[in-house]
Design a protein around this ligand. Structure first.
Ligand code: NAD
Length: 408
């Protein structure tokens, strides 16, 4: 998907063929075997990956995913998207991504700690605060980031908070990082509502994936006055046309570790959820959710891509024939996470920490700039929001590579 999108943009921008491979292919890809002791005494070997897409604008930056389906190809695609995202928001980074093929729900905390530390150890020649900086993604959280920072620091012989972002605030994390992606999605949906003249108080939203990004997005939209009528996670979804009370849902999720079984809503499947009529549809789980099979049938006014790669290129072609749907493409929609990760890195390097209002204010300014540029480019050149966003990102990387030249 990422390669198909790149090829389309390269044609659109008329990038000379001689330059294309240099922009497209990941600079470095690493696969590691990760043997750990399971709690029952067995030894199990997991596979871990890290891909650094380009090093032209600074160190690389990107999340670390724990999921059974993680592959090198997926990680490479996510790294490429990170490059365009950082370029659109003007961050001094190339894109990266990492992952371990494992099911964190089936592992104890001690096993996850051993796995995270072993992965970090294997990555040591490959990462650093000026080389490659990790952050949370699907299946990872602040605790894993704390273990990464600790393992790297023990190796370095001194505390190095800037090796990772999305850490606990008590260890040099930034206030507002955990909420940043969802808060950014909320902000951009609000901007999109302005753009298409939709009133928040009359809008309903459906959120697929009630993890970090999905749950904070739901809260953020609710604060703007939007009614949340359906949410889901990997185990299933729930629906209530009168609206879901997020506070009561939070208490249920804290106990049950899933939205399924919530008493004040009816169960629905993830497939039904995506087709639920609403004003705002937010895929906030994994890739490949809006496909050729359902793109003609989704019933929303705004498609806010909180997840990375939720819409396939075939679905994109169908969506282009549905101008009533306004798409906020993933590389803009979920950029709040990497923007505040950048703030965290800057604060760590300076050992000087900001207040939450400073973080949120600076975040919204950057997202506003990115959104306006993409919207203007899309209108001026009469292309989709995705093509506008990708072309801005790719062009910046291309220009940087041109200016630096080619060594030797
Ligand atoms: P998370 O692990 O906190 O949450 C993921 C959620 O999706 C979980 O509730 C899980 O049960 C659910 N899920 C998994 N498979 C599903 C399926 N088939 N159907 C419905 N729900 C399913 O992860 P997250 O950090 O919230 O990341 C979600 C998405 O946002 C990913 O695509 C990630 O790459 C992207 N993203 C995350 C960040 C960040 O800061 N965490 C930043 C940018 C983009």
């Amino acid at each position: 998907m990422a390669c198909q999108q790149f090829d389309l943009v390269a044609d659109y921008l008329q990038i000379p063929h001689a330059e294309r491979d240099r922009i497209k292919y990941p600079k470095r890809s690493l696969t590691v075997a990760l043997p750990i002791h399971r709690d029952n005494g067995d030894t199990q070997v997991f596979t871990g990956y890290r891909v650094q897409h380009h090093l032209t604008l600074g160190p690389t930056k990107g999340g670390l995913r724990y999921h059974p389906d993680v592959t090198l190809g997926e990680v490479a695609a996510l790294a490429m998207w990170m490059s365009w995202k950082c370029a659109i928001t003007g961050l001094p980074y190339g894109g990266a991504k990492g992952g371990i093929a494992c099911d964190p729900r089936q592992m104890s905390m001690t096993e996850l700690e051993r796995l995270t530390r072993r992965y970090t150890q294997e990555m040591i020649p490959f990462i650093g605060p000026q080389v490659d900086i990790m952050a949370p993604d699907v299946g990872t959280n602040e605790q894993m980031m704390a273990w990464i920072m600790d393992t790297y620091s023990v190796h370095a012989g001194s505390t190095v908070p800037s090796i990772v972002t999305g850490k606990p605030v008590g260890l040099g994390g930034s206030v507002g990082r955990r909420e940043a992606t969802g808060r950014g999605v909320g902000y951009l949906v609000n901007r999109a509502m302005d753009t298409i003249h939709l009133e928040a108080s009359k809008a309903t939203a459906v959120v697929q994936g009630y993890g970090n990004v999905g749950s904070i997005t739901a809260w953020s939209l609710a604060r703007y006055g939007v009614k949340i009528i359906a949410v889901s996670d990997a185990l299933g979804g729930i629906f209530n046309h009168r609206g879901i009370d997020l506070l009561t849902l939070e208490a249920h999720v804290a106990k049950a570790r899933t939205v399924v079984g919530f008493a004040e809503a009816e169960p629905i499947t993830n497939e039904q959820l995506l087709l639920t009529p609403c004003e705002i549809l937010v895929p906030a789980a994994l890739e490949w959710q809006i496909t050729e099979a359902n793109a003609a049938k989704i019933q929303c006014r705004i498609l806010a891509e909180a997840a990375n790669g939720p819409t396939t290129p075939a679905a994109d072609r169908l969506l282009e024939q549905r101008p009533e749907i306004f798409v906020i493409p993933d590389i803009v929609c979920n950029a709040g996470g990497v923007v505040v990760s950048y703030f965290e890195w800057v604060q760590d390097l300076q050992s000087f920490f900001w207040t939450e209002s400073e973080v949120v204010d600076k975040l919204f300014r950057i997202l506003e700039g990115a959104y306006t540029q993409v919207l203007n480019a899309s209108r001026k050149q009469k292309v989709s929001m995705r093509l506008a966003a990708l072309s801005l990102g790719v062009k910046r990387v291309q220009e940087a590579k041109r200016m630096r030249g080619l060594f030797p």
